[in-house]
Design a protein around this ligand. Structure first.
Ligand code: 3NM
Length: 210
């Protein structure tokens, strides 16, 4: 993935939208999201064949749109769908195990919010970091206390040059502050997936980020 592709990093699973997820992703693509992560987690999330089939349909939309398709914490699914990337949290599959199973061409992202976590992730071969929650969010059931854009500034001040995306509670009103802190992009779920007009919501975020 190149740095520009992190700019508007859209994440969604079937429980993040009241719409058909494929329609939602189509609209988000039209609005200008630059990459997509399939995150099928939490209450009522699809599992097994249903998860795989939905992932396959969303994967196709990304391929057609020419944007990277990233799978959240499911190495087997990422391999099966020939994903462009995989993302893991601190409590998910360890990065060294992911690296063993995936081709070197696959982008690997890791959630980190302290300098120690970030340095470890870089040492283990992470390609980018997701840092959050930037602001309060009700999307992630077990989200921690917000760390704010200052956490990204701190990572940059420590000398980290790896691509960083901020995540958690980001919308058009606060996205700029995340970029100003040194992020290469913003990751959003609800600001796009829960919007009445998804294309317009993604488009407005792109305008702010431009
Ligand atoms: N990870 P929304 S916060 C998936 O802090 C996720 O690592 C977070 O959803 C973290 O854009 C979060 O709707 C939820 O706030 C992001």
């Amino acid at each position: 993935m190149n740095k520009e592709q992190y700019l508007l990093y859209f994440i969604m699973g079937s429980n993040n939208t009241d719409k058909n997820p494929e329609d939602a992703l189509h609209e988000a693509v039209k609005g200008g999201v630059t990459c997509f992560q399939f995150r099928e987690k939490g209450q009522d999330a699809a599992e097994g064949t249903a998860k795989k089939e939905l992932g396959g349909r969303l994967r196709k939309i990304c391929r057609k749109a020419g944007i990277p398709f990233i799978v959240n914490d499911d190495v087997d699914l990422a391999m099966e769908l020939e994903a462009d990337g995989i993302h893991a949290g601190q409590e998910d599959t360890p990065l060294v195990d992911i690296k063993k199973q995936c081709p070197s061409s696959m982008t690997v992202g890791v959630s980190a919010k302290t300098v120690d976590e970030a340095e470890q992730a870089v040492q283990d071969g992470a390609d980018y970091l997701g840092v959050g929650p930037m602001f309060a969010t009700s999307t992630k059931e077990d989200a921690e206390t917000p760390v704010g854009p200052g956490a990204i500034r701190m990572l940059r001040e420590s000398g980290l040059s790896i691509p960083i995306v901020g995540i958690g509670g980001i919308d058009t009103d606060n996205a700029e502050s995340v970029m100003e802190a040194g992020a290469d992009g913003v990751s959003v779920i609800s600001a796009v997936s829960r919007a009445d007009d998804i294309q317009q919501a993604a488009g407005k975020l792109r305008e702010v980020l431009r």
